[in-house]
Structures are given as C-alpha cells and as structure tokens.
Design a protein around this ligand. Structure first.
Ligand code: NZQ
Ligand code: ZN
Length: 389
C-alpha cells in the first residue's frame, strides 16, 4: 500500500426525505442561487418545481441555467460564470447528473479565477478558490456528486478534458433514489457501466498489498451486478435504486483509491469517442473497457485474472491466468449486453471511425502515454479501438 491523504468534505443527505433539507442547507451559503440543470427531465418529473418551492420558501432568489446537454459544453460554463459575477450568486446548485454537476463545478471554480476557466481543464492552472457548490442528483453514474473531477467539452476542437481538484468536491449533495425511477433503461444501464468502470479503473493497479480496497471494490461491483437487473425489471424498486445510488457515489469519492494507483486509461480512450461522436459516456465504456482489458491481458494478466475470479466468479480451473482473465471479460460483456449496452463499435456504427485521428487528439506525440496499469501510447489507443470493432 502506498502513502495517501484521504479527504472528502462532501456532506451527503440521502433518502426519501432528503429534499426537505435543501432549503436550510442552501441558506447556509446565502440567498442567491444559480440553478444548473439539463434538458428537461427534471421539469417532466416535477422535481424542478419541488426544488424551486424549497428554495423560495427560504426567500432564496434563483437564477437558472437550463438545457445543459450530456457531454456538457464549455460555452455554458462561461455563461454561468457571467451570471454568477453579475448577480453576486452565493451558491451554484446543480440539479441532474454528471453533465449538470460538471458544468456547475466549472462555474464555481471559474468565478473567483481571473483567467480563462479552460486553463484548469488544459492543465495550465489549478484553482485556488471556489464558490460554494451543491448538487441534487438524479442519476447514479458519473459519481460527480462526491468526486474531485469535472469533465467539460470545449466546442473549439471538441476537446473533452477533465481535471481533479478538492475544490470540485461539492459542499453538499442531496440524493433521493425515488428521483431515479424515471430514468430510461438505457440511461440506467449507462450509469451502471460507469459506476463499475470507476471501480475497475482503481482495481487494475500494480500496487501490491491493497487487500482492503480490492475487497471494497469487489463488494461495490457485485452490488451493481446484483441490483442493475432488479431496476431494469422494476424501475421503481426503491431498495435496488438506493443501492446503486450510494454505490455510484462511493465508487468515485476517492475512498477506493486510497493506498493504490488507479489506471484510467479506459476513460481516456472513451472520452475521445464521446467527444467526437457525442455518445453516452457509459455506452462508450461498455465498448472500450473490455477491449482495454483484452489489450492489458496480453501484457500483464495477473490483476485481470484476479478480477475474473473475485468479481465475476470465474473458477480457477478455467486454465492459466490469461484463460481466466479472458473468461472474465466474456462474462463482463455478457452482463453489459444483458443491460442492453453496446459492446462493440459496430453496435453503434463506428467500426470504421478514424482511430488514428482519435489517438492523435488524446496524445500530443508518440512519446506521451496515459494509463498506469499499462502505459498507453498512440499505437495502443488504435489497437484498443481495433479490438473494440
Ligand atoms: O438532460 P436531462 O433532460 O436531465 O436528461 C438526462 C440526460 O439525457 C437524463 N436523466 C438524468 N436523470 C434523469 C434523466 N432522465 C430521466 N430521469 C432522471 N432522473 O440522463 C441523461 C444523461 O445525463 P448526464 O448528466 O449526462 O449523465 P451522467 O451522470 O452519466 O453524466 C455524464 C457526464 O459526466 C462525465 C461524462 O464524461 C459525461 O460528460 N463524467 C464525469 C465524471 C466526474 N465529474 O467525476 C466522471 C465520469 O467518469 C465521467 O467522465
Ligand atoms: Zn466515468
């Protein structure tokens, strides 16, 4: 186990009555709120009206930034920063999923910063201050409700980039599993794939003696494996939705990262797909992650074999480490398919995409790499896309 600092200051308010605490929680930061939300699901479900009523009951004034799209865009972050500065907003409140939350994070970090907020996403600067930030989560997926990350797409070049900072951890996140009953099956499935991916990125480490976090990750992924089919069969299964919602937050709040070095190569390979083709991040991961696993098995099968046995119950009698790892990947893909997820680029019509171009966008030159369990060069990106065809 390697040295670590664990700090996650997010306050979590979870359960059926969670929204009753929104007003008092928001009021702790002042009476001027920017509400950031998506394309309309919260209006259709009635949650938007409930949120407005809770804020107005505390005499809080609300400015709105709606219509945030999946794979959220930088221009909306700029718009939000402008509103906050002009109206002296005291709290940026996201209502929705990772896209609304990541936009709110960009805004909250951008307001006190003199330069261009894109500096944070392009690793030119790190934030020193942040406007208070809260979230009301409607989809377990990105884990942004507790994560250190914000991921934004710059329309100028369609560059999808993220950065990590403690300033991105929301001051509070409010979660009621009932709000996820309205999720379409496809979005539910995308969320489950992403939650699993956040744990898998951490599982695949070369750091030895990380038994506790290995076991916590195994428990987290098994919780998704067990509850995803339940919510697909019965969307209003509160208990199964609750398991997924809490797993989604813990998957990415850095607890599972303690004492180890995660990989994150699959996320980088996927982000090029969702940036270029505007596909859902979870669907992209269902295609990319098994291909990355096959690529990694060829180089270093040990942890993949362990994953296959501990998480997917592949028997040791299956064969050598490579045989066991490959059987694990087959089982993982079968699970994704059972949720209706694509597992190949051809499933979404991208088998002939320009893989070289995608690789070149991710990595500036032949020497640059991403990933830790295995180092990915440009040629590895192309190999993974080819494996995913
Ligand atoms: O826009 P609306 O109308 O709200 O519809 C959304 C959207 O179409 C819909 N939805 C959300 N909650 C719903 C609902 N529909 C019905 N009922 C509900 N309760 O679901 C769709 C997807 O929403 P989005 O916010 O895009 O989903 P997600 O949470 O998966 O976020 C994806 C974004 O997060 C980034 C991804 O790359 C992607 O841009 N990520 C952010 C991370 C982070 N900040 O830590 C980490 C992740 O790895 C990821 O990269
Ligand atoms: Zn993700």
């Amino acid at each position: 186990m390697i040295d670590f600092v664990f700090q996650n200051p997010a306050k979590i308010i979870f359960g059926r009555n969670a929204l009753s605490q929104l007003g008092s929680e928001a009021l702790r930061y002042g009476t001027r709120v920017l509400l950031v939300y998506g394309g309309g699901s919260v209006k259709r479900s009635g949650l938007f009206d409930q949120v407005m009523a809770a804020l107005q009951a505390q005499n809080i004034t609300v400015w709105e930034l709606g219509g945030i799209v999946p794979n959220p865009r930088l221009s909306r972050v700029y718009e939000g920063i402008e509103i906050c500065r002009r109206e002296q907003v005291t709290l940026v409140l996201a209502l929705g999923g990772g896209s609304a939350i990541d936009t709110a994070k960009g805004i909250a970090n951008g307001v006190p910063y003199d330069g261009d907020v894109w500096d944070f996403y392009s690793a030119k600067a790190t934030p020193k201050a942040v406007l208070p930030l809260g979230t009301i989560l409607t989809i377990p997926a990105a884990g942004s409700e507790m994560s250190y990350s914000s991921v934004i797409t710059n329309e100028n070049g369609m560059l999808k980039r993220g950065y990590n900072s403690v300033t991105n951890v929301p001051a509070f996140s409010i979660m009621n599993p009932e709000w996820t009953f309205t999720l379409p099956p496809y979005q539910t499935a995308c969320g489950c794939v992403d939650i699993m991916a956040h744990m898998m990125e951490r599982y695949f480490t070369r750091v030895p003696h990380v038994e506790l976090t290995d076991r916590l990750i195994t428990a987290g992924i098994k919780t998704v494996l067990n509850n995803a089919p339940k919510v697909m069969a019965k969307p209003d299964d509160y208990d199964a939705r609750a398991e997924l919602m809490w797993t989604g937050a813990l998957a990415h709040n850095t607890l599972l990262h303690t004492g180890r070095i995660g990989d994150w190569g699959s996320h980088k390979v996927e982000h090029e797909l969702s940036a270029s083709f505007d596909i859902a991040h979870g669907a992209g991961l269902a295609i990319v992650f098994p291909a990355w696993m096959r690529h990694a098995t060829a180089q270093y099968p040990e942890k993949l074999a362990q994953f296959a046995m501990e998480v997917l119950d592949v028997p040791q009698s299956t064969g050598n480490q490579t045989d066991i790892a490959l059987e694990g990947i087959r089982r993982l893909e079968a699970f994704y398919r059972s949720l209706g997820m694509p597992t190949r680029l051809r499933d979404i019509g991208l088998e002939n995409a320009d893989f070289e171009a995608l690789a070149n966008r991710a990595l500036p030159n032949d020497e640059a790499t991403v990933g830790e369990y295995i180092k990915l060069h440009r040629s590895d990106f192309v190999a993974i896309y080819q494996l995913a065809r």
